[in-house]
Each structure stands twice: as C-alpha cells, then as structure tokens.
Design a protein around this ligand. Structure first.
Ligand SMILES: CC(C)(COP(=O)(O)OP(=O)(O)OC[C@H]1O[C@@H](n2cnc3c(N)ncnc32)[C@H](O)[C@@H]1OP(=O)(O)O)[C@@H](O)C(=O)NCCC(=O)NCCS
Length: 455
C-alpha cells in the first residue's frame, strides 16, 4: 500500500482490508518507524525501561547501559531469577534474570558501564555525540552528579533529547524522595478510589500490574517522539524532558479532581461497580468454571463484567433476571447511578448469577444483547485465538532464550509495524558490538576495559 490505496484493497470489506494491511506474519518484511534513531537507555525497574522498550519496538536502535556483571535491580528483585531460565551474565553464571525484566527490555543492545570510573564517563560522552535520545530514571540529579546529565550531554551534542523520569520531579518539596509505581499511585490519589468501600469490608487497593510505570513509559516515549519531530522539522534543537510518577498518577484522577474542585465531594471507593455508570460493573457468579482444577484459585467462583447503563439495556437485563420490577423502580440512569440504588441493584444481579459460571452468565448476557465479558486469568488470555491471530501475543524464537511467549506493542501499523525481535539479553551481551561500532575500540582495548571492571 503506497500513497494511494490500491484497487483490490479499495474493493475489500473493511474486515478483509484490516486483515490484509495489518497481516502480522508480514511484520518483519516491512520498514520500521524509528529506524535511524539511536537511543541510549540507562534505566531501571519498569518506568524508564518501558519507555526505551516502546521506542525499540518501533525500530529505534536502543542501547541499554547497566552496572557491570550484575545489571540493573529489576533483574534481581523479582522471582524465577534462576540461571537455567534466563541467565544474568557471563560473569555470574550462577545467577538469573527475574521475570519482572520481561515486557520492558525488548530489542535492545546490552552494554555495561560503571559510572564511578572516569573511563565509563568518557564512553558515555562518546555515545552522547552519536545519540539522538537519552533516557534514565534515577534519582533527581544522579546523572548530573556523575557528569553525564542533560547539561553535560548538551555540551557534546546540543541536539540531544534527554528524557529524565523520576518520582517527584527535579524541583519542589518532594524532589529528594525515592519513588516506585506504588508510591506514585498512593500519592497521586489512585488507591483512594480503588477497592471496596469499608461497608463492604474493603480498603484502598493497589493495581497488581505496574500500570503507572508502563503508562509513564508510554507517555515519555510519546513526548520523545514529539521532540524528535520538533528537532528535525522545526528547530534543530534538543530538549530536556521531565516525567514524574506522582504527577502522572494524579493526572489519572480525571473527573474526581474536577468533582472535588467544584463541589467539595471526595470520591469514595466503589469496588467493582462504577460511580458514574450503572449497571457497568463486575458480578460474582456463584459457580467455578474449573471445580476440579488442581489450582485452588481456579476452584473459586468466577466473575463477569456486564454493561447495562442505557435505559433500554437495563430493561433487558431486568427481564433476563426475571425482575422487571427493578426496571420500573429505576427507570432512568439518574435513578440508578446513586450509591443507594447501586447497592440495591447489584445484589439482585448476583442472586441471579449465584448458580452460574462466568461463561454461563456471559452466554445469557450475550443473548440479551448486552455488552459483557468474563474476567479472565493469564492462562485464559494466553489461550485466546484473538490475541494470537492478531499478533499481540506471540511465541517467538528468541535468539538467546529459545521459545518465549511475549507481548508486542498493542498497535498495528500498515506500513511500519512494531515488532519484537528478542525479549532481552544478559548484562553486557553487546559490549563488543557497541564499543567497536560506536567508539571504534579494538578487541584488546575492550578486553582491558573488562579486566579493569569498567565494563
Ligand atoms: C528507584 C530509586 C528509588 C533507586 O534509588 P537509589 O538506588 O537510591 O538511587 P539512584 O537511582 O539515583 O541510583 C544511584 C546508585 O545506583 C548505583 N548504580 C546503578 N547503576 C550504576 C552504574 N551503571 N554505575 C555505577 N553505579 C550505578 C550506584 O550505587 C548509585 O549510587 P552512588 O553513585 O551513590 O554510588 C530511584 O532511582 C528513584 O526514585 N527513581 C525515580 C522513580 C523510579 O523510576 N522508580 C523506579 C520505577 S518504579
């Protein structure tokens, strides 16, 4: 498909058109959006790594720099870090890389440098001269102190786009505090509105996935791409970018901030129901889908989402559960969205679902024309043809680790699709490749750097 859409594509149904232009089996035959952009990523945990990973999945040549031998903390802080699964580095054969490293380090080249050594700082400056984007997520000012922060980079390369991701930002009362995803969500107000209300035995609850880190990584990648556009098309200038976890999380309080600002009302936790829409929540279905499973979690009852906040859908739902009286009692959305109404409606829905599995409830909802979806676990997700057909979940033949099931950026592009070439590599796996290519070092020079523990 070039500038004009070809005749055979024009004549297709929209479904066939999508299937053809997004054909994920052809991913590797197509060009990459960010090919030619070089990124140096000195990142740790998830926030910074996910930013660099998104750019790498879009085709940027991304070099991850880590502490020699051991690598960054995420390799150690999560379980399953067994050497026979995913080896850590050739210098520490008895150690492995933990599962938390997955999903945030794909397609990267792995270089190790000890920033406490002057030669490593010199190497970073050489890399800065040849790099478009630099990203890191250490404490405020750590890289500045090491002599490789934005100001030092910009002296070597004024076109550098330097993305610093931190907890609280580089100035203001919190600037020296350490931060993690969970702290960002706590300070940003997210947990206060997640989980069941006290009356239902609940408490503020965290998200199990590190959603604010992955979101912060995506926003940072998005801003970097905007700055590349501005540099290359408008100004020829670099940029210093700051992203902070607590502001990123607070941005997600969306309407709750406006609600408080205008009315003084502090939003409450509402569990699996939705404060602004009813019915639009998750129901407990009383029967397990896998009563004979050896996994105790699967023996539990199931859950199913259903949406019927539109008046006509609510009538259908009430008829389905044989309670037309509820539709008469709560005829409009404003009649049923209040807390008292929701507290009365959901238990009636769950009484109906008490003798059903989540799949049985789903079937009934579908027949009634309602939008619904059982709550799935990772095994059920992995089994879904939909994800595999569309390539967002894939088994790849990883050059280092063999068969690996992994995710890919959930974006399809007809001309320049993102892709995963490898999931990650051991610490320092590309030392020779990067230092020879970008610094022009010989094999003996690299061996000497290794012997001095600079790399
Ligand atoms: C994650 C966090 C709490 C870790 O804090 P920390 O380890 O105390 O401080 P920094 O991140 O600045 O790391 C500096 C230390 O890393 C070590 N280090 C890591 N990589 C290194 C390298 N390649 N070479 C040398 N030292 C290295 C050193 O010990 C260094 O401290 P030093 O110079 O005083 O010896 C902090 O970086 C932070 O708040 N980051 C912003 C928020 C964030 O991204 N959190 C993680 C995502 S949830």
């Amino acid at each position: 498909m070039t500038a004009a859409v070809s005749k055979n594509l024009k004549d297709m149904t929209f479904e066939d058109f999508c299937r053809t232009v997004f054909d994920t089996t052809k991913r590797f035959e197509k060009p990459e959006t960010l090919k030619g952009v070089r990124v140096v990523s000195t990142t740790q945990y998830i926030l910074g790594p996910s930013c660099a990973c998104y750019l790498a999945e879009l085709g940027a040549e991304t070099i991850k720099v880590e502490l020699p031998k051991r690598g960054e903390p995420m390799r150690h802080t999560t379980p399953f870090n067994e050497p026979f699964l995913y080896p850590l580095s050739r210098w520490m054969p008895d150690k492995g890389t933990g599962l938390g490293f997955f999903g945030a380090n794909a397609n990267e080249y792995f270089l190790s440098l000890d920033f406490h050594k002057p030669e490593a700082i010199q190497i970073m400056k050489r890399l800065a001269a040849k790099t478009d984007v630099f990203c890191e997520n250490y404490r405020a000012g750590t890289f500045d102190r090491w002599g490789i922060g934005y100001r030092q980079h910009a002296q070597v390369n004024p076109r550098t786009i330097y993305q610093w991701m931190g907890g609280f930002g580089g100035w203001g009362p919190g600037r020296n505090r350490a931060s993690y995803d969970i702290l960002g969500q706590a300070q940003g107000g997210c947990f206060s509105i997640t989980g069941w209300h006290k009356e239902y035995g609940g408490m503020p609850s965290k998200q199990t996935i590190w959603i604010m880190d992955y979101w912060g990584g995506a926003i940072s990648a998005f801003n970097i791409i905007a700055c590349l556009y501005w540099r290359d098309n408008v100004s020829n200038k670099g940029n210093f970018l700051e992203y902070s976890q607590v502001h990123g999380a607070q941005r997600h309080l969306t309407d709750f901030i406006s609600l408080y600002g205008k009315t003084g009302v502090v939003a409450q936790r509402f569990g699996n129901w939705e404060p602004l829409l009813c019915v639009h929540g998750i129901l407990k279905c009383g029967k397990s889908s896998y009563p004979n499973s050896k996994n105790p979690q699967e023996q539990e009852v199931g859950f199913c989402f259903v949406s019927a906040y539109k008046d006509e859908d609510f009538v259908n739902l009430c008829n389905l559960i044989n309670r037309p009286d509820l539709a008469k009692k709560y005829p409009t959305h404003s009649d049923r969205v209040g807390a008292d109404a929701q507290s009365a409606i959901y238990p009636e829905l769950e009484k109906w679902a008490a003798d059903k599995t989540k799949e049985q409830a789903w079937e009934e909802f579908k027949k009634a024309g309602l939008v619904s979806q059982p709550v799935w676990n990772s095994k059920e997700v992995s089994a879904q043809e939909h994800y595999h057909l569309r390539g967002s979940l894939a088994w790849i033949d990883d050059p280092t680790f063999g068969d690996v099931q992994t995710q890919v950026l959930p974006a399809l592009m007809s001309e320049t699709p993102p892709r995963v070439r490898w999931v990650f590599k051991p610490v320092g796996a590309d030392n020779e490749y990067v230092l020879a290519k970008l610094c022009g070092y010989s094999g003996s020079h690299i061996a000497e750097l290794e012997q001095k523990e600079i790399i």
